[in-house]
Design a protein around this ligand. Structure first.
Ligand SMILES: [Zn+2]
Length: 248
């Protein structure tokens, strides 16, 4: 009877530790998913920007080609006027204008070449990025789906463990439960064993009267860190005459 409440108590603590670990794992998985979603968004945005860049270059090529055609038409028209010229006085200014148009055309063509080259490079890079993009996005989707699956499984386990908890409290002295539920909020290991007459968590040296109580399988609160202490050897022993007598 004496050994029973303690092992039930240890069971409860280990259940709580499992629950705590599950909570932590769920939180970590959710954080991982969050960070992957934001990484994925960055890749989506980067590709969108790149597509826009290629689109702008195409538009620019188109506009420059139109401008060159207009210059062509204008030059042709001026040349025709020049051929049918009646007065010699008009020849020089018209010749000058045709030369200017030729120069303008030449400049526009070299600028178009530059834009074409830029477009070619950008298009090539976009193709490469699009190929990489798909496989990267697939990787994210797979990882996120796996994380969600794990979270769902953990949530089911967690609900199961939590439902087991009330039954695990039966047979444990209320005093232990009260002290434990208070300490549980503050430290991850609210119940620790004694180590060479000291608390194994904070190394506080226990007074003799506490050691004696611990030998009698009592749970004692450490005055150094307020954790609950027990003596491993006393708890492992089969109940002796002394402790059986002590109980009455
Ligand atoms: Zn302590």
């Amino acid at each position: 009877m004496n050994e029973h409440p303690f092992s039930a108590f240890i069971d409860l603590i280990s259940l709580d530790q499992q629950i705590r670990t599950m909570h932590q794992t769920i939180t970590n998985l959710k954080q991982e998913t969050e960070s992957q979603l934001s990484e994925k968004q960055k890749i989506v945005d980067r590709l969108e920007q790149f597509k826009q860049h290629v689109h702008d270059l195409k538009k620019s090529v188109h506009e420059q080609e139109l401008a060159i055609k207009e210059l062509d038409a204008l030059e042709k028209q001026k040349k025709e006027t020049l051929e049918n010229l009646k007065s010699a006085k008009e020849y020089q200014p018209l010749k000058k204008e045709i030369d200017r148009l030729k120069q303008e055309q030449h400049d526009a063509e070299s600028s178009l070449m530059t834009t074409w080259n830029k477009l070619e490079t950008a298009q090539k890079e976009l193709n490469e990025q699009t190929a990489q993009y798909s496989s990267k996005i697939d990787e994210f989707h797979t990882a996120i789906a796996e994380q969600q699956e794990k979270v769902e499984a953990l949530k089911a386990d967690l609900a199961q463990k939590k439902s087991e908890r009330p039954a695990k409290e039966t047979g444990i002295p209320q005093e232990w439960l009260d002290k434990y539920s208070h300490m549980k909020m503050q430290v991850e290991d609210p119940v620790v064993s004694l180590l060479d007459d000291s608390c194994s968590a904070c190394y506080y040296n226990l007074p003799n009267q506490d050691i004696i109580r611990l030998r009698h399988r009592a749970i004692v609160q450490c005055k150094g860190c307020f954790r609950l202490l027990y003596m491993q050897t006393a708890m492992e022993d089969t109940p002796s005459e002394e402790s059986a007598g002590n109980k009455e």
